[in-house]
Ligand binder design. Structure first.
Ligand SMILES: N[C@@H](CCC(=O)N[C@@H](CS)C(=O)NCC(=O)O)C(=O)O
Length: 222
């Protein structure tokens, strides 16, 4: 039995990030969704016991409990043997930290929390409300802007040069969701460097092993 446990939801993009991290680092781990809330529901006592903010993923390593995706990824990279998932040179480390920060504070909000989740959970009435459509269209414009910035960053293959590192583990699962939303594939078609990285990500074993198996398109139209 492994002494590393990831607590999360199979379809949570951030839970997927830390599972990918463990796989890329080649460390054995267990993944559990037991007693974790369903999406959109209140945090369960189990999750709250591990994380007072009620969010997943949570890492349990022996008696050490850690929450926040970025902190978990850095902890795994720094404390386990296995292939290093971060660069070595100071400038590249700084660049990696810049993208980790942006992925967690901006991209996750703009793509997942303000675009994917509202569309997936909108009821029939909301979906036919012009104000909702306006809000989603405005959000799509923000995402297009963010993707155009990412496209420059991905000019050498990944967010930080030619190696798959921690920010890619954060960003690629977000793009997986974007790609199954109405208009998502078109947004990705406009950013060839990002699209190419996304295709290469899908070819990785860590991506295949954590695939949330989404339908090809979650919604027919917004
Ligand atoms: N800042 C947290 C955010 C975690 C987060 O938002 N997790 C989502 C799943 S991807 C969650 O727990 N949602 C369930 C809920 O809000 O009840 C991190 O980086 O780990």
């Amino acid at each position: 039995m492994s002494d590393v446990m990831i607590v999360g939801m199979p379809r949570s993009n951030l839970t997927r990030t830390v599972r990918i991290m463990c796989l890329e680092k080649e460390i054995p781990f267990e993944f559990t969704s037991r007693n974790v809330q369903m999406p959109g529901q209140s945090a369960t006592p189990t999750v709250l016991r591990h994380n007072p903010f009620g969010k997943v993923p949570v890492l349990i390593h022996g008696s050490f409990v850690l929450y926040e995706t970025a902190a978990i990824c850095r902890y795994i990279d720094d404390n386990f043997a296995g292939p290093r998932q971060s660069p070595v040179k100071a400038e590249k480390i700084a660049r990696m930290n810049q993208w980790i920060s942006l992925a967690m504070t901006r991209l996750d909000q703009n793509i997942i929390r303000k675009f994917v989740i509202p569309m997936v959970f909108a009821d029939h009435q909301q979906r036919h409300d012009p104000a909702f459509a306006t809000q989603i269209n405005q959000q799509a414009d923000i995402i297009r802007h963010d993707l155009s910035v990412l496209n420059e960053a991905y000019c050498d293959g990944w967010a930080v040069g030619d190696r798959f590192t921690i920010p890619d583990m954060m960003i690629m699962p977000m793009l997986h969701y974007l790609n199954v939303m109405p208009g998502g594939p078109e947004m990705l078609d406009d950013v060839p460097n990002v699209l190419d990285a996304y295709h290469r990500f899908k070819g990785r074993s860590s991506a295949a092993q954590t695939d949330p198996l989404l339908p090809e398109q979650i919604l027919k139209s917004a």
